[in-house]
Design a protein around this ligand. Structure first.
Ligand SMILES: N[C@@H](CCC(=O)N[C@@H](CS)C(=O)NCC(=O)O)C(=O)O
Length: 238
């Protein structure tokens, strides 16, 4: 059997993998998901991403592309509106260079702030849970303001369409919701970040996103199975 033209090496629970799947879905690109085994790195992964040895890796006609945000940009360039034979796929990166830079800035910011706090809150990394929750809440507050500025009163960071920052940020939502349950903290709190909460609900229901981000409980189960599941800071885990 011949290999699929597009393959993604990953695990469903990785936010970095999730964003690649969303980008492919938005572009209508068929792909094969090559699932890694938790705790083991396949030969294919080690060969495809010898520098970082991390998922995701996109294999396009066998050629590897690593680093999730690089992959999303690659997908946007390869399956651009002009290149697709059928209905034109909307661009992921904003057309305006300044807006594009702002999206990249906040995507990087989210990757710097969210996963490190999530790892502490779910007990994978050592650290002060109260402090991590505070830092994550502060980051979400800034992202709330960024949403108000970038969305111009529309549905997404990209305005009417799902764009780069939407994809980069929504990929963290499953774990943020999971650590709310694991650590007993409110993060996506309607009282504090109302626009972000509405945006997350809207985007998680989007057809290109819904399948890629399972229910928070599934992330909690994953954490129980594979990570250290430590004591909640605000009472028992729900
Ligand atoms: N900056 C990378 C991060 C990827 C990453 O950290 N992937 C994790 C899974 S969520 C991984 O492969 N971890 C295995 C390891 O650190 O060895 C990206 O955006 O792709």
């Amino acid at each position: 059997m011949s290999e699929a033209a597009v393959r993604v090496i990953g695990l469903w629970a990785s936010p970095y993998v999730i964003r690649v799947l969303i980008a492919l879905k938005l572009k209508g690109v068929e792909y094969e998901f090559v699932e890694e085994v938790v705790g083991k790195k396949s030969e294919l992964l080690l060969r495809s991403n010898p520098v970082h040895k991390k998922i995701p890796v996109l294999l396009h006609h066998g050629k590897p592309v690593s680093e999730s945000l690089v992959i999303v940009q690659y997908i946007d360039e390869v399956w651009s509106s002009s290149s697709s034979g059928g209905a034109p796929a909307a661009a992921i990166l904003p057309a305006d260079p300044y807006t594009r830079a702002v999206h990249r800035f906040w995507a990087q910011y989210a990757d710097d702030k969210v996963p490190s706090a999530v790892r502490i809150l779910k007990g994978t990394d050592a650290g002060d849970k109260e402090q991590a929750a505070g830092q994550l809440a502060a980051a979400l507050q800034l992202l709330e303001q960024a949403f108000v500025e970038l969305s111009h009163g529309k549905r997404y960071f990209g305005g009417d369409s799902v764009a780069y920052l939407d994809i980069a940020l929504v990929s963290h939502v499953g774990w943020v919701k999971a650590v709310e349950k694991i650590a007993g903290v409110a993060l996506l709190d309607k009282a504090k970040v109302p626009n972000l909460v509405a945006w997350a609900d809207r985007l998680c229901a989007h057809p290109a996103v819904a399948d890629a981000i399972p229910d928070a409980d599934k992330f909690v189960e994953y954490s129980v199975k594979y990570g250290s599941f430590s004591k909640p800071i605000n009472g028992p885990a729900k």
